[in-house]
Ligand binder design. Structure first.
Ligand SMILES: [Zn+2]
Length: 624
C-alpha cells in the first residue's frame, strides 16, 4: 500500500516538473583506477521521493543494471545531508524525504567499474588507456510516465589527453565537456567512448548523413586500418540503406573498442553502437573479416530493435520488466541481416557466408535440448539464458534465437521468393516494415500480429502457422527449409568450415562438436559435451581436462591427427582425462574422422544464395 501511494504521488510530481531538466556531472578522470564519480541535481518538491537506478537495460533484454557497482551514495538538499532507505523489495529503488523549502535534491554517487567476467555493460569497461561510459551506471531518475519525459543536462570530465566519441552533440569542449540536453531515453542510449588512442574514420556514403567508425585501443598500432577498410564499410552503409530505404538517426557512430581488458560484446543504440572486441580485431586479417558481422549486426539494430521494437521490449521506463517473446525477430532477424549485409557488401565472400549458414545449422543440430525446449522458450527465457554460460548448453539450449533466427529468416526469405516466383523477397518486407522517414530517431512498437500482417502484404500466405510451427517445434532437426529452397543442403566433411575455424583461432581451441562431441581448448580443457555423442558415451564430462591422447601428451594437433586417422584405425581413441581430483582413461569408439559442416549444391535447383548475395546498392564507394 505504501509503495502504491508513493508511486501515484510521484507520478503527478513528475508530470508537473516535466520541463525542469536534471543536471548530471560525471567525472571519469579516475576511470583508469576503475571508479566513476557523478553528481546529479534533481528538481523535486518537499515530501517523499523515490529515485531509481536503471534496472532493465535496453538491448540487454534483462534486469542487468549493475546495482552492485553503485557506491558512495549521498543525498542532500540546500547543503544538508538527507537520510535514505533502499526499498526492501525493489533493490533498485531508493526513498528519501525532500525537506520543506527545498526545490531540488543533490545526489552524489560513485560507480565501481568491475573486473572482467560479467556480461555486457555491467562488465569490464575501462583500462589504464580507455573506457566506455554507459550513463545508466552513473545516474538515478525519479518515477516517470515515460523516460522520454525526463530531460538531462549532461557534463563529462575525461582523463587529460584522452579523446572521446559519442552520438551526443557537444555544446562546449575542453576540461568539462557539455553535451546537448536530451531525454533520459537518449542519454542512456548514447554511451561515450574515451581513450588515449582514439581514431575517427568518416565513412563516405550516399545517405547525406555522417557515419563514423570510432576506434579506441590500448595501442596505436591496433588502430592501423588497411587502405580499403573505409570503402568496404561505405558499401555496408549503402547496402543497409538500400535494404531499409530510410535511416532513423541524425548520424551514426560505431564506438568500436579494441581491447583485451574490457568485456567483449556489441550493444545497440539508436545512433551508435558499443562494439568491444579483441585488440587485434583489425590488424589480424582473419579477425578483421569476421568482425564485420559484429559491426553489421549492431548497425542493423538501429532499424530492427531501436526504430521497430517488440511491444514487450518497448517499456516506458527502466524499472518496468521487459518480455522477450519476439526476440527471434529483434535478434534473430538482426543476426540474419548481420551476416547477409557483409556478404552483399563484399566484407565476406560467398563461401564465408555459406559456411556461416552451415555453422548455424550444425550448432542448432548439436543443441539436442531442442527436443524439450522450443525456440520460442529461448526467447521468453532470454533474461536468464544470457548469463547461463557454456556448461550444459547443448542440453539446456541458450539464446538460440540468434543462430536459429538466421535459419528461420532465411526460410522466410526463400519462401517469399518461392511464393512470388522470385519477384519479391525479404528485402521487400524490410523496406515496408523498417522504412519511413529519415534523419531522426523514433521508436515504433510492434506485435506478432503486425509482423504477420506485414509479411502478408509482401506475399499472401499463412505466415502465422508458418512461424508458429517453427517457434514451437520440438523436432531434433532445426529449420533447414531455407537452405534447401536456396538450392543447397547441409553436409559434413573433413574440410575446415571458415566461420568455425575463425572461432577456433579466436578462442585457441578446436571444435570437435560434430565428431567426438565437444570443443577443447589448447590447454586441454573440455567444453560442453553433447549428450549421446561419442565422448559422452565414453564418460567424458564437461569441464574435465585431457592430459594425453593415445598415450601421448595432449596437444590440439595430436588430438586432431588421431581423429583424422580414426577411419582407418582399429582401436578406440584413448584419452587420459583429469576430472576434479581424479584421472581416468576414456576409450572413445569413433571412426568418423574430422567433421565440419558445409553447404553443398543440389543439382538441378537454382542457386538462390548467389541471388541473395547480390548488392542492392550502387555504392558511393564505386561512384567516387
Ligand atoms: Zn543483437
Amino acid at each position: 500500500m505504501r509503495r502504491f501511494a508513493i508511486a501515484v504521488g510521484l507520478c503527478l510530481l513528475a508530470l508537473s516538473l516535466a520541463a525542469a531538466p536534471i543536471t548530471i556531472r560525471v567525472d571519469a578522470s579516475e576511470a583508469p583506477s576503475n571508479v566513476l564519480h557523478a553528481h546529479l541535481n534533481i528538481p523535486a518538491s518537499p515530501g517523499p521521493l523515490a529515485l531509481f537506478y536503471a534496472k532493465w537495460i535496453p538491448g540487454e533484454h534483462g534486469p542487468t543494471g549493475p546495482i552492485v557497482g553503485l557506491s558512495g551514495l549521498r543525498f542532500s538538499a540546500n547543503g544538508s545531508t538527507i537520510a535514505w532507505q533502499r526499498d526492501p523489495v525493489e533493490m533498485y529503488e531508493f526513498h528519501v524525504d525532500v525537506p520543506p523549502g527545498a526545490n531540488a535534491i543533490d545526489v552524489d554517487l560513485d560507480y565501481l567499474l568491475p573486473p572482467p567476467g560479467t556480461n555486457f555493460t555491467a562488465g569490464a569497461s575501462a583500462s589504464p588507456r580507455l573506457a566506455v561510459l554507459s550513463w545508466n551506471t552513473v545516474l538515478l531518475y525519479p518515477q516517470t510516465s515515460s523516460s522520454d519525459a525526463l530531460q538531462y543536462e549532461p557534463t563529462l570530465r575525461i582523463p587529460s589527453n584522452w579523446k572521446y566519441a559519442t552520438a551526443l552533440e557537444t555544446l562546449t569542449g575542453g576540461g568539462d565537456i557539455r553535451f546537448e540536453t536530451v531525454s533520459l531515453t537518449t542519454l542512456i542510449d548514447s554511451p561515450v567512448q574515451m581513450g588515449a588512442n582514439l581514431k575517427k574514420l568518416d565513412i563516405p556514403n550516399g545517405t547525406g548523413l555522417r557515419h563514423t567508425i570510432n576506434l579506441a585501443s590500448e595501442s596505436a598500432f591496433a588502430l592501423e586500418t588497411p587502405s580499403d577498410f573505409v570503402s568496404r564499410y561505405s558499401r555496408l552503409v549503402d547496402e543497409a540503406t538500400a535494404l531499409f530505404g530510410a535511416n532513423h538517426y541524425r548520424h551514426y557512430d560505431w564506438l568500436f573498442t579494441l581491447s583485451n581488458q574490457v568485456e567483449h560484446f556489441g550493444l545497440e543504440h539508436h545512433e551508435s553502437s558499443d562494439d568491444r572486441t579483441n585488440e587485434n580485431a583489425i590488424t589480424d586479417e582473419e579477425a578483421r573479416k569476421w568482425v564485420s558481422t559484429l559491426l553489421a549486426h549492431e548497425f542493423v539494430h538501429s532499424w530492427n530493435g531501436k526504430y521497430r521494437r517488440p511491444a514487450g521490449l518497448a517499456v516506458s521506463s527502466y524499472e518496468k520488466p521487459m518480455t522477450g517473446e519476439l526476440l527471434w525477430v529483434y535478434e534473430g532477424l538482426t543476426n540474419y541481416l548481420g551476416e547477409l549485409l557483409p556478404y552483399r557488401s563484399g566484407l565476406l565472400s560467398a563461401e564465408e557466408f555459406r559456411d556461416l549458414v552451415a555453422a548455424n545449422a550444425a550448432q542448432m543440430t548439436e543443441h539436442v535440448g531442442r527436443t524439450w525446449r522450443p525456440l520460442i522458450d529461448t526467447a521468453v527465457a532470454a533474461q536468464v539464458l544470457y548469463g547461463s554460460g557454456n556448461v550444459g548448453v547443448s542440453q539446456r539450449r541458450s539464446v538460440d534465437f540468434y543462430p536459429e533466427g538466421s535459419l528461420l529468416w532465411l526460410d522466410v526469405d526463400m519462401t517469399i521468393r518461392s511464393l512470388t516466383a522470385g519477384k519479391r523477397s525479404l528485402d521487400d518486407f524490410c523496406r515496408a516494415f523498417y522504412g519511413g522517414s529519415s534523419g531522426h530517431a523514433e521508436m515504433r512498437p510492434y506485435t506478432f500480429d503486425d509482423l504477420v500482417n506485414a509479411l502478408n502484404s509482401v506475399a499472401a500466405y499463412d505466415w502465422r502457422s508458418f512461424l508458429n510451427q517453427r517457434l514451437t517445434s520440438m523436432s531434433p532437426t532445426p529449420p533447414l527449409g531455407g537452405i534447401e529452397n536456396a538450392g543447397w543442403r547441409l553436409v559434413y566433411n573433413d574440410q575446415p568450415n571458415l566461420a568455425i575455424q575463425h572461432g577456433e583461432h579466436a578462442h585457441k581451441s578446436i571444435d570437435l562438436n560434430d565428431s567426438l562431441g565437444f570443443a577443447v581448448r589448447d590447454t586441454g580443457s573440455v567444453g560442453d559435451v553433447i549428450p549421446n555423442s561419442p565422448a559422452a558415451r565414453a564418460g567424458i564430462a564437461t569441464g574435465s581436462r585431457i592430459i594425453a591422447v593415445n598415450g601421448r601428451k595432449f596437444s590440439s594437433d595430436a588430438l586432431r591427427d588421431v581423429i583424422k586417422a580414426s577411419p582407418t584405425s582399429t582401436t578406440p581413441i584413448e584419452l587420459i582425462v583429469e576430472a576434479g581430483e581424479f584421472y581416468t582413461t576414456a576409450r572413445i569408439a569413433y571412426t568418423g574422422g574430422i567433421r565440419y559442416p558445409h553447404l553443398e549444391r543440389v543439382t538441378g535447383k537454382p542457386d538462390l544464395l548467389e541471388v541473395l548475395g547480390r548488392p542492392l546498392a550502387r555504392t558511393s564507394a564505386l561512384k567516387k
